[in-house]
Design a binder for this molecule. Structure first.
Ligand code: ABT
Ligand code: MG
Length: 144
């Protein structure tokens, strides 16, 4: 079956501290599931400073790294693994550009992000990173 061949394509997302603080968990999850993503794993959790440093290691030399780590560890997030055909690319389209000012109309960041530094949601940028990031937050027993 076509559906079976296509299944198994996953991405990792976080509803970031700003969007949780602003009460957008429900609306964002609604848009994600209405867009055809199946929730494979999900939890409300908080990253420690050390977790955030490790998660954003690739940006360690960037000027915004300190603020980014501070922001991502300041409060709870919703972490989730999502499944859909072409998951990584389609989810990045659904959330919109990193800077909400550049994000397309109707995208999650256009609707809910406050700034480039506090942009409401994360989406993995490759299949490889989706795997690494999912495993960072979830054990096999937490994936369905
Ligand atoms: P993430 O989903 O958080 O990885 O964002 P995205 O992949 O769209 O963008 P990247 B480039 O990975 O940004 C990582 C985080 O760094 C923040 N940032 C980025 C800034 O604060 N200033 C900048 O100039 C840039 C380029 C945005 C992302 N996190 N947040 N929130
Ligand atoms: Mg990124």
């Amino acid at each position: 079956l076509k559906i079976d061949i296509m299944a198994g394509n996953r991405t990792f997302t976080m509803i970031k501290p700003d969007a949780v603080e602003n009460g957008h968990i429900g609306a964002i999850l609604e848009q994600i599931t209405a867009s055809g993503f199946r929730i494979v794993a999900m939890k409300l959790t908080q990253m420690t400073r050390r977790d955030a440093e490790k998660f954003y290691e690739v940006h360690a030399e960037r000027p915004f790294y300190g603020e980014l780590v501070e922001f991502m560890s300041r409060g709870p997030i919703v972490a989730a693994i999502l499944e859909k055909e072409n998951a990584v690319e389609d989810f990045r389209t659904l959330i919109g550009a990193t800077n909400p000012e550049d994000a397309a109309e109707g995208t999650i960041r256009k609707k809910y992000a406050t700034s480039v530094g506090e942009n409401a949601v994360h989406g993995s940028d490759s299949d490889e990173n989706a795997k690494i990031e999912g495993a960072f937050h979830f054990s096999g027993r937490e994936m369905f």
